[in-house]
Design a binder for this molecule. Sequence first.
Ligand code: AMP
Length: 583
Amino acid sequence: MLFSELVNFFEKIERITARSTIVDSLVSLFRKTPKEIIDKVVYLIQGEIYPDYYGLELGLGEKLTLRAISNAYGIDTYELEKLLKSFGDIGKVAEYAAKRRKQITLFKQPLTVKRVYETLEKIARTTGEKSQDTKVRLLSSLYVDASPKEAKYLTRIVLGELRLGVAEMTILDALAITFAKSIGYREEIERAYNLCSDLGEVAKVLANEGLEGIRKYKIKPGRPIRMMLAQRVENVREAALKLGKEIAAEWKYDGERFQAHKMDSKVLLFSRRLENITNQYPDAVELIRKNIKAREVIVEGEIVAINPDTGEFLPFQELMHRRRKHDIEIAVKKYPINIFLFDILYKDGESLIDKPYRERRKILEEIVEVNDKLMLSKQIVTSDLEEIEKFFLEAIEHGCEGLVLKDLEGNYRAGAREWLWIKLKKSYQSKMVEPVDLVVVGAFYGKGKRAKSYGALLVASYNREKDIFETVCKVGSGFTDADIERLPEILDKYKIDRCHPRVFSKMEADVWFEPKVVIEVIGDELTLSPVHTCCYGKVQAGSGIAIRFPRFLRYRFDKDARDATTSEEILEMYKRQLKRIEH
Ligand code: AMP
């Protein structure tokens, strides 16, 4: 197949945006493509020569490319650089230079796709001393035989600037129509793609073995599986509705997701975007090699940066120090990590992705020898929402982002974001970053387990100016069973028969108290509410400021009611929060 055919396709695609027309053009291109090079054509359409996870780059920047153009066409690099400044597009520079070539070639060979691809592959594989010269020479040999249009697109491919904008799913559609005769088979083809993350491979199997080959397609260690993602919810209750009775709640570590492929003593690590990150984490590679008792496995987990002195978790950004090509050993020492494994997808020849999570986790527990650096994600299995809320706070206190709640009966859905994993993150939950100290002014009777005590407390901030207490929220969560049991003992001695005269409340509590007991509360955010009286009318007529989704943290017996957070302070927090949102 001539490279010019591919280039004509590129040119056409650049001018169209309608998806159906792109699919049609792809189909006619695929029909013309010999089976032997269908994978290569698919990579080139994506402006690549390998799937992303290969991690092999051409290693040619703008400078070297200009040198190759200069060598091929006998135009000085200085002049080419000037052209680049005025065109702003190196592809156009190559096209222009090819038209003006000063070097006349006597025996021009038309470029074929195979030759272009193989030469680019050679360029990628050339390493070591003098490799730059070799790379330039190889690229130059292609320019010599290229037409101006071919030179333009070749340059864009080399520099990773092709950007035709053909989505992976569009390519899958076209493959389905070309090789399976109907778009109806798209899903089955996509399944194979999710297992290998390699469109070229999918195209090759389809072209050579048809739909049968695709249906039989299996996980191959060494090729990353497209990762399962989580849906998000605002609170635990919402998650529980989606997940059913028993939930596996796990800490959501603030680190880098990885998929590790262990093949005997060889270990490869892939990032969430399926890039090969093996070289960044030689320590993780060692931990996985030594502490997983299976010959071949694919496991997933999170790499978390650790404070070397205290062992505490550090935020995700700290892992950026590992993104370097040189001196990785120094970075390994200076920026240590822990690994938390949370899933297993494959073990010794057997795919595990169709097994329920309950079973996968059990297998993981059986084969991982944990130590102080390699652990399983912290997990509880429960149907008690309050227990999950407590676990959420615990996770946050330890520097995690929140929780991932998982369906215990769910399989591993490669490449999908479904309701089998649900994330509950602090960033959606706590725009309110600081806890506040509030005074208990009333209470509501509990139900069920809390029938003998109170189910929620009405709490207030202190208005220093007026020397009164203004309600901000009803707190019903964050209490342990023991906390709940103690409530009457702590509060009943301050019981009064109506709302205290120095308490301003628009709510009718079941029981009123003298403003004495102070508790620490954290919430998700501050909002305006017509039922609460804190800073009433100060932000908006007819509204006060209230705390959304408040949670009890602890008693503050050391504080007097007048030491509570003031209404003014809450107003300040509200304004700060607004500023953050506006940014
Ligand atoms: P998202 O990527 O936004 O869909 O959120 C899920 C992400 O949470 C995953 O990609 C992981 O990087 C991360 N994560 C942290 N801890 C866990 C865990 N225990 N289970 C699953 N994902 C986790």
